[in-house]
Design a protein around this ligand. Sequence first.
Ligand code: FAD
Ligand code: NAD
Length: 465
Amino acid sequence: MRDISCKLLVIGAGPGGYVCAIRAGQLGIDTVIVEARKTGGTCLNVGCIPSKALIHAAEEYDRIADLASGRNTLGIRTTKPEIDLSRTVAWKDAIVGRLNNGVSGLLKRAKVKMVQGQARFRDGKTVEVETETGRQVIRAETVVIATGSAPVELPSLPFGDAVISSTEALALTELPERLVVVGGGYIGLELGTAFAKLGAKVTVVEAQARILPQYDAELTRPVSRRLQALGIDVMTGAKAKGLAKAGGTLLVEAESGSEVSLAADRILVTVGRKPVTQGWGMEELVLDRDGPFIRIDETCQTSMRGLYAIGDVTGEPMLAHRAMAQGEMVAEIVAGHRRVWDKRAIPAVCFTDPEIVAVGLGPEEARRAVSDVRIGHFPFSANGRAMTKVGEEGFVRVVARADNHLVLGIQAVGHGVSELSAAFGLALEMGARLEDIAGTIHAHPTQGEAFQEASLGALGHALHA
Ligand code: FAD
Ligand code: NAD
């Protein structure tokens, strides 16, 4: 097989890698991308997209079940729904398949050469790929490491049989009767809620004092209430110790110190993700680390010249849109543009019920950063659109400097608030002040009006509260 020489080599075709390669191709850079599995990486194949498909199916099922219960106030009556999970999974797989083809098509259109196989560094400029037809050597002027992340395994609960990661959970064709979720963070709560809506008896075991510890308690309270309403048992301050000898039972050390046995058909372990820093010859390179991650500077360059790293392998927040933004920036740097990482905020969305959005600083972080802050808060219970959707739970919160009213952060919890994340991100990125948001006409009736009202509230003159 003839060696390949190129200007840019990208390792990993997840959101970070494929966006980097597409942008590089658009800029006329001779680019090769190597992928061991499928284009789209974790996000497209076993992460963002399939999880949101399952969450949507579960929401639909739950909505119809609620209508069928006769307890709803809409005046609609229907019969109890049924679900064929194998068909739901087939629908989800079809969406993933369409997007796989879409990404491959975009790479092709950008004239990026795709090589399928596991890449391994020989040195900082040379990589070998084990392809189906033999070993391919690729030499490149610049290399981008975009190898992503993998689920963390608990030594006391290794993956296998009933103990599963999110990847297996997203492929289940039969609903587990009893599901125990270890880890009440993003994945555990997004998927745990979906399975509970579909009819599984779900218990969440969280080591910290409360669920979603990365968000403040005011934001997570509506989610806790909904978990309770869905019949999900949440054990906080609890540690999973391992399986009982008899099998089918998880032993948990409860907050009180006592041991609790939880019978389970499946145990979903979602205690975080770790960077993929093994299996590609990192030991052949001299790369500084930042904890378990690859250390990068404000241009995503590693400690080796001409070697960049992007996405989950470089640290928190491990989010697809951060990986994409880094990928785009690195491609432009390789093309000779002057770019540095100067983003003011990376929006975070948790697709729980209700959803949570956080952009920029929360009240406590803001108080630590500047001496005096103003906070505006508007509940969806006073928002007409939220009421007409039976989605009154939650609020929008705006955090700003008291002296010049510069917005420092915006958060929301409520039904469908993920779609407000774009407006929140834009406000921060544009350096909006409270007056800019308050002075923008927001269409009526929309949930976005709560953003305007929260800003008016911070200025001391909310109109509808
Ligand atoms: P990855 O997507 O992990 O891609 C890395 C790619 O590199 C993989 O395809 C892998 O096969 C390939 N690779 C690795 N090593 C090699 C090698 N040696 N040779 C060749 N190829 C290699 N984020 C969000 O922003 N929103 C969400 O809603 C969301 N939901 C999620 C739900 C779940 C269940 C999970 C697990 C994650 C979710 N995430 C979400 C996180 C998101 O998936 C990641 O942040 C994102 O995929 C990171 O992109 P990446 O390009 O860094 O790496
Ligand atoms: P996470 O960090 O969100 O949550 C892990 C949870 O497990 C934490 O609450 C932690 O306290 C708990 N925990 C850790 N060890 C434990 C133990 N031994 N017993 C019980 N609880 C324990 O991690 P995740 O849910 O696995 O998700 C991984 C990453 O994937 C996220 O950090 C995020 O970056 C990304 N993700 C994002 C989205 C989204 O953007 N909507 C969705 C899913 C995943």
